[in-house]
Design a protein around this ligand. Structure first.
Ligand SMILES: Cc1cc2nc3c(=O)[nH]c(=O)nc-3n(C[C@H](O)[C@H](O)[C@H](O)COP(=O)(O)O)c2cc1C
Length: 154
């Protein structure tokens, strides 16, 4: 089943991270696709399966513009996501200390509330750390693959 990476970005870094993840997933034999959140609605969850949220944070802890409608639809619709597994890769900057990585936190919370199963812990990237988000994305998706394989073997 295809791994869907849903991207909310303003400056493009989250999209770069998602592309790195697609490359790694395809290398490992997964079918994977990265799509901007504004390009579809929450029917993307209808067939269940693996979803990865890759989101930056803007404003006062807000979801980037291209993901706002999608997020609001989740909050108001509260779909039953029992057949969905998810993981969140969040990008932020500790310069914004009061709202650091809030968008990733919000997605993690709403998907859990809707009954989706978290595969691995949310990643929290800090642009202020000097570490490249793309590098962390590669390491994190390896962890995601490992967690999925461990579950399958259990
Ligand atoms: C105007 C502006 C507002 C931001 N607000 C926040 C914020 O509230 N919390 C946070 O953690 N990061 C915040 N950031 C940092 C971005 O989330 C971070 O730079 C991220 O890597 C950008 O990803 P993108 O290129 O995919 O949009 C903000 C950045 C800008 C430029």
């Amino acid at each position: 089943m295809k791994v869907k990476i849903l991207v909310a970005t303003q400056g493009g870094t989250a999209d770069l991270c998602a592309q790195e993840m697609v490359d790694i997933l395809e290398d490992r034999g997964y079918e994977a696709e990265a799509t901007l959140m504004g390009d579809f609605g929450i029917e993307v969850f209808d067939e269940g399966g693996h979803v990865i949220i890759c989101t930056a944070t803007y404003g006062y802890g807000e979801i980037p513009d291209n993901g706002t409608e999608f997020f609001e639809a989740l909050v108001s619709g509260k779909p039953d996501l029992a057949r969905v597994s998810f993981a969140v890769f969040g990008l932020g900057d500790t310069t914004y200390e009061d709202t650091f990585n809030f968008a990733g936190e919000k997605f993690d919370a709403i998907l859990t509330e809707c009954g989706a199963e978290r595969v691995i812990e949310r990643h929290i990237h800090d642009a202020n750390s000097g570490a490249l988000a793309e590098d962390e994305a590669i390491e994190w998706i390896e962890g995601w693959i490992g967690a999925l394989q461990a579950k399958a073997a259990a």
